[in-house]
Design a protein. Structure first.
Length: 334
């Protein structure tokens, strides 16, 4: 495998993201940008251990702190502040039985010096998502797949801003609080409680609200080639395609911006009748949908280890999205 562009979404209570692109399988980790639940890099290392246990020799040993040094990730100021002050903020406790208070920095102005920036960002992310929902350029042009139009400047039309400004300038100019990845452009800063910030003001309706994730589709588009494949590995899939499903929302969102999936590999250990599943799959996704009614296996090279297929079949020109929510401690935590 020559490498692969990959975005990983881990759902282990909150929402986790990884963005990465590798030139070869051995330095994949070095080019990944960690998006995890918690700002302590010890946590990020443990999350990478999770991925390493599943992906086997795709990964080599490294220190998470190297990702900034490699120039592949620029954390937002608030993200860096939380990391640098994680001990005094209670996110790096020595007693692992004591839970951190993820909302304290949002609710207590005296807790940190970034209170104002956090709330400016919170307001901006809401406005950004209002604009995302209104974006319809792809729909109006009847384009279902952006790849045939890459040489015609289509990527500039994927900016959410009607004036074509990038995400930070258009929606986050007051706070300036976006992180940046080399492979996927602007992304939301990594902040506790790893949910929508409105969760700290009102839990109802915000526990599983993913409208705080920032997607730079224009930047991702510019990484594609006409021959690039767009693939989703859904580890811990649900056959329920409805507005209440966050995975369904993500699939729809990518489609809204012209990212058409060539393959969707859906792994699920709970038993469902194939006929039942395919009756629920929306018609436009059926040609790409592969229902694998079996649990994943973390053994290196195993046929049911999704990373076995990822390593063998896809390369650096492909965009691979991985969602991990298998709720099995022996597989999720090495």
């Amino acid at each position: 495998m020559g490498g692969v562009s990959i975005l990983v979404v881990l759902a282990l209570g909150g929402m986790f993201r990884f963005h990465g692109s590798s030139n070869n399988s051995n330095n994949f980790e070095r080019n990944m940008n960690i998006r995890g639940s918690g700002s302590d890099r010890d946590f990020s290392n443990s999350v990478m251990s999770l991925i390493r246990s599943t992906a086997g020799n795709m990964f080599s040993d490294y220190a998470v702190s190297e990702i900034e040094d490699q120039g592949v990730y620029e954390p937002a100021m608030v993200e860096k502040y939380v990391h640098d002050h994680r001990v005094e903020l209670g996110y790096g406790p020595t007693d692992e039985t004591v839970a951190s208070e993820g909302c304290k920095i949002w609710n207590d102005p005296q807790e940190s010096s970034i209170y104002n920036e956090l709330h400016l960002y919170r307001q901006e992310v809401v406005k950004y998502w209002e604009a995302v929902k209104q974006y319809n350029w792809i729909e109006k042009t009847n384009i279902t797949d952006i790849r045939p139009y890459l040489d015609r400047g289509i990527c500039s039309h994927l900016e959410v801003d009607k004036q074509g400004r990038n995400l930070k300038d258009a929606f986050f100019s007051k706070s300036g609080q976006l992180s940046r990845t080399k492979s996927s452009g602007w992304v939301e800063p990594l902040l506790p409680p790893m949910r929508h910030p409105n969760f700290c003001m009102k839990k109802a309706g915000n526990i599983l609200n993913i409208e705080y994730l920032v997607h730079d589709f224009a930047a991702m588009c510019r990484k594609l080639k006409p021959t690039s494949r767009i693939v989703l590995f859904d580890m811990g899939a649900s056959p329920k395609f409805s507005g209440a499903s966050n995975m369904w929302k993500i699939m729809n969102l990518f489609g809204q911006f012209g990212f058409k999936f060539d393959h969707i590999y859906a792994y699920e250990i709970r038993r469902f009748e194939p006929e039942e599943v395919y009756q629920l799959v929306p018609p436009h996704l059926q040609p790409a949908y592969h229902w694998i009614n079996a649990g994943i296996n973390t053994e290196e090279g195993h046929a049911l280890n999704p990373f076995t297929m990822l390593e063998k079949e896809f390369d650096e020109d492909d965009l691979v999205i991985v969602k991990l929510d298998i709720d099995t401690a022996s597989s999720e935590v090495p």
